[in-house]
Design a protein around this ligand. Structure first.
Ligand code: FES
Length: 238
C-alpha cells in the first residue's frame, strides 16, 4: 500500500504522473474524475502509455492503437493480446492511496512454503541444514521477531536486538520469513503490519531491510524461486 500526499491536486494539473515501483514504472492519471494507476509500458511492444490517448473510459496506446478499458485493463481493440495491469487506487482527502497488485504474493508463497515444510522436500531439508551452519541465524531471528513485535518504536532497540545473543523463533519460521524476504523486491510490501504500526516506523523498516540482507546471504546465491519450484510467471504480478 502506498500513500502519495497531495496527489489529488497534482493529478488535476498534470495529464499523467509516473510512479517508480520495484516492479517497474506505473502511471497515475485521472479518467472521468477517477484515479487510475496502470503499468507505464504497453503490453504489446512496450509503447510509453504516458502518451496514450484517453477517450471516454478507454486508454489507447499511441504506437499501434491497442485499446484498453481503464476500469479493469481488458484489451478491447488492437494488436495487444494482453490486458493492462492496474493497481487499485482511491483518494483519501488530498492523498492518493494505491494497493499494488502484487500484494497477494505473500499468500501464495506461504502456501508453497508450508507444503515444502510439511512434505520435507529435499530443498526444505537442505535449507534447514544450511540454517544450522549459518552464522547470522541469531541475527535473522531477531529481525523476524522485531518485524512482528507490537512496539518496535525505538531504533536503539533494533541494534541491541540484532547484536544480542540467543534466538527465540522456531527454525522453520525464520526460514519461512527468509524465503519470503528473498522473493520480495520490497520486503515491506509483503508483511502486513500489526494494528497501530506504520510502515515508516524506523524500527520496522530497519528490521525489514536487515531481514532482506540476511535472506540474500542465507541463500548463498541460489534462486529462491527454484528452491520452491515456483514458476516465475505465477509469482509475478497478478
Ligand atoms: S506498443 Fe502499444 S499497441 Fe503496440
Amino acid at each position: 500500500m502506498t500513500r502519495l500526499s497531495g496527489f489529488r491536486e497534482r493529478l488535476t494539473r498534470t495529464a499523467s504522473i509516473q510512479i517508480g515501483t520495484a516492479r517497474g514504472p506505473y502511471i497515475a492519471r485521472l479518467i472521468s474524475g477517477r484515479p487510475v494507476v496502470h503499468q507505464a509500458l504497453c503490453p504489446h511492444r512496450g509503447g510509453p502509455l504516458a502518451d496514450a490517448y484517453v477517450i471516454g473510459g478507454l486508454l489507447v496506446c499511441a504506437w499501434h492503437r491497442s485499446t484498453f478499458h481503464s476500469a479493469d485493463g481488458h484489451p478491447l481493440f488492437g494488436p495487444s493480446d494482453h490486458g493492462l495491469r492496474l493497481a487499485q487506487a482511491h483518494f483519501d482527502g488530498d492523498d492518493l492511496v494505491i494497493a499494488w497488485p502484487w500484494e497477494p504474493i505473500q499468500t501464495r508463497l506461504d502456501e508453497r512454503i508450508a507444503r515444502a515444510q510439511i512434505d520435507r522436500t529435499p530443498a526444505w531439508v537442505a535449507l534447514e541444514e544450511r540454517y544450522q551452519e549459518w552464522v547470522l541465524a541469531a541475527a535473522a531471528e531477531h529481525a523476524v521477531a522485531l518485524l512482528f513485535s507490537v512496539a518496535p518504536h525505538r531504533s536503539m532497540r533494533v541494534h541491541r536486538a540484532i547484536l544480542g545473543k540467543g534466538g527465540s523463533k522456531p527454525v522453520c519460521e525464520v526460514i519461512r520469513h527468509l524465503l519470503i524476504a528473498a522473493l520480495s523486491d520490497d520486503v515491506r510490501d509483503i508483511y502486513s503490519l500489526p494494528p497501530g504500526l506504520t510502515v515508516n516506523g524506523v524500527a520496522k523498516v530497519e528490521a525489514a531491510h536487515q531481514l532482506a540482507a540476511y535472506a540474500a546471504d542465507f541463500l548463498d546465491g541460489q534462486d529462491p524461486f527454484d528452491i520452491l519450484e515456483e514458476p516465475r510467471h505465477e509469482i509475478d504480478l497478478a
